[in-house]
Design a protein around this ligand. Sequence first.
Ligand code: HEM
Length: 135
Amino acid sequence: MKASTLAFRSAVCLGLTGMTGGIVMAASHNHTLAPAHAHLNLLGWASLFLIGLFYRGNAALDASRIATAQVGAWVLGTIVLIAGVTGIYAGYPQLEPAAGIGSIIVVGAMLLFAYLVFRPERASIAPSLGMAPAE
Ligand code: HEM
């Protein structure tokens, strides 16, 4: 699957989850989990969709395994982080390590994204083309 497709599909799923949480908070007048809701929407919906747009604009990178792995790491880190933040605010402090582990995974995914963004464009296109032009 292309990196951008994985990013867009994951972002929609995470965004729907975050928005549903927002509606539940609003309806119940219980905003205890607002920090988890905010992180889920900002990391899982807004940031991930922007990452997908970047890959969609770079066709060769979009088809590369490293970009797909970067999106996968971002999604995994976001889910683990949200589990931890939810635990902390819901009264399960034993889940706090998940927030730390998830945040480290997300920062790692951000560092990989930074590498792909700063990498010279020719170097990012060459390895994943794998095709010779038609005669
Ligand atoms: C159906 C859509 C959404 C609903 C119903 C909703 C609902 C809420 C509610 C009830 C709160 C708590 C407000 C408070 O305690 O003062 C909140 C906070 C927040 N929401 Fe949403 N929200 C939605 C979508 C989004 C999206 C898409 C984003 C970001 C991309 C977002 C970012 C935030 C932030 C940053 C906060 C503040 C968190 C905090 O103070 O700790 N929300 N939202």
